[in-house]
Structure formats: structure tokens, C-alpha cells
Write a protein that binds this ligand. Structure first.
Ligand code: BGC
Length: 490
């Protein structure tokens, strides 16, 4: 991180802060819902509605925010998300009825979905190539800090049952985010798109130290961005064959991240732990350990992501997650049902949940949000991210809504083994469909995509020299100019 100026650090901090909103609000509801239910006398349906309204709002928020970020810019979108979030958080805290609370949660969801899209996009586009993985991982860092903060707030306020304070506290970081975004610039990529090269040059200079010899000068960088930015984006362009492999890569990452079952732990770990014999108190305490591991392992990921590379991390993480899930599933099938927290099955359950979190946090947590904007070409980056992030929330919704139902129908053994199978499928997906993006500029990755599909010339020097999915296809056939666009995702 030595290449950063102080102003660069400020930009990355505020750029990432939106992740906190995402994390806090997804984490806080598990504690708050108990008290909301008794205050409003919620039916099971309304209970589900309070929880799910955020996820549905986030789906819509991401879908709408995609094209908006291509039109208004990444920074302005984060500001809009911050205001929406503040309004939603205050509305939820003051809600006079369950109906208003559901509506406020939906509004919060709109903001969370937009931030989930805009923050990784912003960080990815503003970071120098050499440290882009670490900088873009700050989004996940904020998400997990938000989740841990929510777990702590839940634990502290549990005795008073003050759910209004639990929900209202979220307005503090969103107000800070809004103010902070006035002091950070738009990304150089977006500025070049809108013809503001001077400003783009200033930003490129601001985020890196003067005396550090980066691979490219700001001038060269701007030329590269101009070279890839030859076509106007939008939904129409998403249908084009050359964009398809990138879209599949981004959507696959988004969906598999949820289908391997992360949020059955983030949302339901206390439930799982009490069901194997832990008391409610120890379950809350163990949940704090899980939240802390989530933060610590994200720090590890930030330290290694620009050295180890994205693909090895994803594959390695899957080995850890699938092993944890398989051991958890098999132990509940084979061992006697635990009656106390000292029974082997209870201890194994906690260790497997912890093992899963460690593996996820060090890999799939940050890497997915880092890679989504990386693999997508500039002209459609916002819109395509909108599709992928919307799918991420939809998959999240599916998993978190079906988990309790499947658990009561089949028991935890088959359910966790099912997520293990998803992990195996994800492994093959990563191997077959993803390019390595470490150490390559966004423009080089995009030029590789052109080469792969044979559409357009690889505009950027150095493109095609990396290892990975997009460029492998291009270099093993005829020269890019001679290849026909295939139209088929491979
Ligand atoms: C995922 C969230 C998850 C969180 C857990 C994020 O990367 O997108 O769904 O709750 O990680 O740390």
C-alpha cells in the first residue's frame, strides 16, 4: 500500500464506507427481529416480510443502479444511496406499524443494493492496477466490519430489547458517507467516458505517490481507457456475443457466492448452534467469534490478493468450504443427536461453521466483489454489474428463505451436503470460466475479452500476455481479426 498518497487513502476509505451499510443492515435484523415480533405481534408471514423486504429492495436497487451508474457516475450514485439509506434507517427506527417497517426496510434495501454495486465499481476503477485487489477488497472489509458491529450492537442491546436503536444506528455511517463523498472524486474511467480528461489525469495522480514508478503514466492510462471506450453501453450491448463470457463470469461469481450457503451462517448461526445444544447466551457469544474471524480473515485476503491471484484463492477457498460443509453434513447424519454443548456433534458443528467462515472470508467474500467489475468491459460495466449484483441478491433471497424450510423438512445433514455439492460445481465453474485478473489493468482484461471472442482489435499493449480464460481462447486460434464472433459462451 506504499504507493498511496494520504489523499488516496481518504478516497479509498470513503469509497469503501458504503460497504458498512450493506454489512450492518444485513447483520442487525437477526437480533432485532425477536423484539420487533413481540412489539408488533408479527405473524410468521410478516416476520418473513420484515427480513425479506431488504433483500427484495436490494435486488431492485442493484438492477436500477447499474444503468444509473453508467449515466450519472459512480460517485453520485453512492451519494444517492447514502441519502436513501439514511431516510430508510430513520424510517425503520421510527416505524409506527409493521407495514411502515416493511416499507422502510425495502427503501434500505434499495440503498444497500445500489451501494453493493457502486462501491466495488468505484474502488476497482479508481485503484492503481498493482494494488487493485487490496483496494477493492476494502468493500468486503467494510461489509464484515458492519456485520460484526451489528452482532455487537445486538448483543449489547439484547437486554433492553431496543430494536429501534438497533435499526436507527445505521443512519450514523450513512450520514458520514454522504458528507465524505463530497471530498472524493469521480473515477478516472467514468471521467474519460464523459470527456473530462483533465480531471481524470488529476485523479490518477492523486491516488498514487509522485515518486513511485508505476507501470504507466497518467497520459498513457487515459489513452488506454479511450481505446477501450469506443462504444456506448446499455442493455443492448449486454446481448452482444463478445460481452457474454464476461457477463457469465460475473453472474456465476455472484450466484455461486450465495449458493455455497454463506448466509445460512451469517443469518442463522445462532439458530444452528442452539439446535445442537448450545444455550442462547453461548450461541450469541460464539456468533461474535464467527463475526471476528470473518473480519480477521478478510485482512489476510487483502494482504495476499495481489500476490497470490484471484483464481487460486477462489479454488483454495472452495476446498476449505466444501470440506467444512461435508464434515458438518456427515457428522449430523452419523453422530448421535447432541443433547449438550459438550457432545462431539455440537463441537464439530461449531468448528465447521468457523472453518467455513475462515475459508469464505479469506477468499470468496472479497474476491467476488473484486472480480465482478474487473471482468466486465467499461462500456457496460455499470449495467452488467447491475445484472450480476441483482442476481447475487436474488440468490441470497432464495437461500435465506429456503434454508429454514429445508432444515425442518430434511434436517441439517442433507441441507449442508447440498451446499457442499454447490461448492464442487463452483470449483468447476471457476476453473473453466474465469480469467486471472491479478496485475492486469482493467483495459488489458477488456482487450483480452475482445481477443477471446475475436471482435475488435486488442487495443492495449500487453493484453493477451496473462493467464486465464478470456485470452486463452483468443491465442489458441486464428489471429483475433480473423476470428468470427462465436456468439456462444465457452
Ligand atoms: C456476501 C454477503 C455475506 C457477506 C458475509 C459478502 O461478500 O455478498 O452475502 O453476507 O459477504 O461476510
Amino acid at each position: 500500500m506504499d504507493v498511496l498518497q494520504a489523499s488516496g487513502r481518504r478516497i479509498f476509505f470513503f469509497g469503501a464506507l458504503g460497504g458498512l451499510l450493506f454489512g450492518y443492515d444485513t447483520g442487525v435484523i437477526s437480533g432485532a427481529i425477536l423484539f420487533i415480533t413481540s412489539d408488533f405481534g408479527l405473524s410468521p408471514f410478516m416476520q418473513g416480510a420484515v427480513v425479506a423486504a431488504l433483500l427484495l429492495g436490494a435486488m431492485l436497487g442493484a438492477a436500477v443502479a447499474g444503468p444509473m451508474s453508467d449515466r450519472l457516475g459512480r460517485r453520485r450514485l453512492i451519494m444517492i444511496a447514502a441519502v436513501t439509506f439514511t431516510v430508510g434507517a430513520l424510517g425503520a427506527a421510527a416505524a409506527p406499524s409493521a407495514g411502515v417497517l416493511v416499507a422502510a426496510r425495502f427503501v434500505i434495501g434499495l440503498a444497500v443494493g445500489s451501494a453493493a454495486l457502486a462501491v466495488p465499481l468505484y474502488l476497482s476503477e479508481i485503484a492503481p492496477t498493482e494494488i487493485r485487489g487490496a483496494i477493492a477488497s476494502l468493500n468486503q472489509m467494510m461489509i464484515v466490519i458492519g456485520i460484526l458491529a451489528a452482532f455487537i450492537v445486538n448483543a449489547i442491546l439484547a437486554s433492553s430489547g431496543d430494536w429501534r436503536l438497533m435499526l436507527g444506528l445505521a443512519a450514523v455511517p450513512s450520514a458520514i458517507l454522504f458528507a465524505g463523498m463530497f471530498f472524493v472524486p469521480e473515477t478516472p474511467r467514468f471521467l474519460v467516458r464523459t470527456g473530462e480528461e483533465e480531471e481524470a489525469r488529476d485523479v490518477l495522480e492523486e491516488v498514487t505517490e509522485d515518486d513511485v514508478a508505476l507501470e504507466e503514466s497518467p497520459e498513457r492510462k487515459i489513452e488506454e481507457i479511450q481505446e477501450v471506450e469506443e462504444e456506448e453501453g446499455g442493455l443492448r450491448l449486454l446481448k452482444q456475443p463478445w460481452v457474454r463470457p464476461a457477463l457469465i463470469a460475473a453472474i456465476g461469481l455472484a450466484v455461486f457466492q450465495q449458493f455455497i450457503g454463506i448466509n445460512t451462517i451469517i443469518y442463522y448461526a445462532p439458530t444452528t448452534l442452539t439446535s445442537v445444544g448450545f444455550s442462547a447466551d453461548s450461541a450469541i457469544y460464539l456468533n461474535l467469534i464467527i463475526g471476528t474471524l470473518n473480519v480477521l480473515m478478510t485482512i489476510v485476503a487483502i494482504r495476499i490478493i495481489d500476490r497470490v491471484g484471484r483464481k487460486p484463492m477462489l479454488l483454495f477457498g472452495l476446498v476449505g468450504m466444501v470440506t467444512s460443509l461435508a464434515v458438518l453434513g456427515l457428522s449430523t447424519e452419523l453422530l448421535a443427536t447432541p443433547t449438550s454443548s459438550s457432545d462431539p456433534a455440537a463441537i464439530i458443528t461449531f468448528l465447521c461453521l468457523a472453518g467455513f467462515i475462515v475459508s469464505f472470508a479469506a477468499t470468496w467474500g472479497p474476491v467476488v466483489w473484486v472480480m465482478m467489475p474487473e471482468v466486465l468491459p467499461l462500456s457496460v460495466r455499470g449495467t452488467a454489474m447491475g445484472v450480476a449484483v441483482c442476481m447475487n441478491w436474488f440468490a441470497n433471497f432464495l437461500v435465506s428463505q429456503t434454508f429454514p424450510i429445508m432444515l425442518s423438512a430434511w434436517g441439517s445433514g442433507p441441507v449442508f451436503l447440498g451446499y457442499a455439492v454447490m461448492g464442487v460445481l463452483a470449483f468447476f465453474f471457476v476453473r473453466a470460466m474465469l480469467p486471472e485478473t491479478k496485475g492486469r489493468s482493467l483495459e488489458e482484461i477488456e482487450a483480452d475479452l475482445h481477443r477471446k471472442t475475436g471482435v475488435g482489435e486488442p487495443a492495449v499493449a500487453g493484453a493477451g500476455g496473462g493467464s486465464g480464460r478470456f485470452e486463452r481462447r483468443a491465442s489458441d486460434g486464428a489471429p483475433a481479426e480473423e476470428q468470427e464472433p462465436t456468439g456462444t459462451p465457452r
